[in-house]
Design a protein around this ligand. Structure first.
Ligand SMILES: NC(=O)c1ccc[n+]([C@@H]2O[C@H](COP(=O)([O-])OP(=O)(O)OC[C@H]3O[C@@H](n4cnc5c(N)ncnc54)[C@H](O)[C@@H]3O)[C@@H](O)[C@H]2O)c1
Length: 287
């Protein structure tokens, strides 16, 4: 039997689904999530739309679990595509969990898939605009986030709990690490003739984001959308538009990059009405 190229999708959220739907036709999709219910719900929608998809219960914060998912996926063929849209947001998890899932887990996933990715393969991992709002780290800290062996990452001095202000700060560090790690791993993936990039979305409407819009921080979000150039939150399909380019043949010169897609919120945060030093500015936020 002819084996199809395999697309590994980690995280059964709206962003993953939009990318899988855009790029996963004609491929074997293996969809992993900590919540099998989430994975099955997305798999049902995609199966009913003609996609070939299997679910796999896995934990991004466990190397063992990532390796098991890779081994399972390889029974269907060579892994040629990776989409990583798994993660926890600052309002969902503790500092420890944010670092374990978003920072360590992503680093291990990029490393382990990089060992087996086939020639011509391509990966996209979802970072966040949050990493862009945090002030610059030192050159040494950036280098440590990029290059420290993944099992040593969470032992870095500046990632210890007493150095981290709150879960948002942990999330920002994790997303900054995603950007650096994508650069580091893109070099390794390149040795296999494969490419790796990241997308850093602004606020994207998903069930989780809708809860936030209706919650105690609703005015914060209203202000943010009103004062960003786009004037609205984004959609998962717009993230998939960027992923489609990055995963296509046209992007052969693009690897090791992180693409910000946030309706201009970061631009406004630094040089416009969302600047925290102005009356209208943002004092806090997720995303
Ligand atoms: N929605 C936004 O506004 C937004 C903005 C910027 C960045 N992001 C990032 O996009 C990614 C996906 O976000 P989304 O909005 O689609 O979220 P979502 O909550 O819809 O999906 C995330 C999925 O990840 C899974 N997950 C969480 N921890 C896991 C673990 N340890 N192992 C395996 N799976 C796990 C969850 O079960 C969930 O199904 C995340 O990395 C998030 O940080 C989202």
């Amino acid at each position: 039997m002819m084996k199809n190229d395999v697309m590994l999708v980690v995280g059964a959220g709206q962003i993953s689904m939009a990318i899988a739907r855009r790029m996963g036709y004609g491929k074997k999709i293996i969809l992993g999530d900590r919540s099998l219910d989430n994975a099955k719900a997305i798999a049902k929608t995609l199966t009913e739309a003609g996609f070939d998809i299997e679910t796999f219960e896995m934990d991004l914060s466990s190397r063992q679990s990532i390796k098991e998912m890779i081994t399972y996926a390889q029974t269907f063929g060579d892994i040629k595509y990776l989409v990583n849209g798994a993660g926890v947001s600052p309002s969902q998890a503790s500092i420890e969990t944010v670092l374990k899932v978003d920072l360590y887990g992503t680093a291990v996933l990029l490393e382990e898939v990089g060992k087996v990715i086939t020639k011509g393969g391509v990966g996209v991992t979802i970072s966040s605009q949050s990493g862009h709002r945090m002030p610059a780290l030192t050159t040494e800290q950036d280098r440590a986030l990029a290059m420290t062996s993944s099992e040593e990452l969470l032992k870095l001095d500046f990632l210890q709990e007493d150095k981290i202000k709150n879960t948002l700060h942990a999330y920002q560090l994790a997303k900054r690490a995603n950007e650096k790690r994508t650069m580091y791993e893109a070099v390794r993936w390149g040795e296999h003739g494969a490419r790796l990039n990241a997308i850093a979305p602004g606020i994207i409407v998903t069930p989780l984001a809708i809860d936030e819009f209706n919650g105690i921080r609703r005015n914060f979000y209203k202000n943010m959308f009103a004062k960003s150039p786009a004037g609205r939150p984004g959609t998962a399909d717009e993230v998939a538009d960027v992923a489609e380019l990055l995963m296509s043949e046209r992007a052969q010169f693009i690897t090791g990059s992180t693409f910000l897609i946030d309706g201009g919120a970061t631009a406004s945060y630094f040089y416009g009405p969302l600047n925290p030093n102005t009356e209208t500015g943002m004092a806090e936020g997720r995303g």
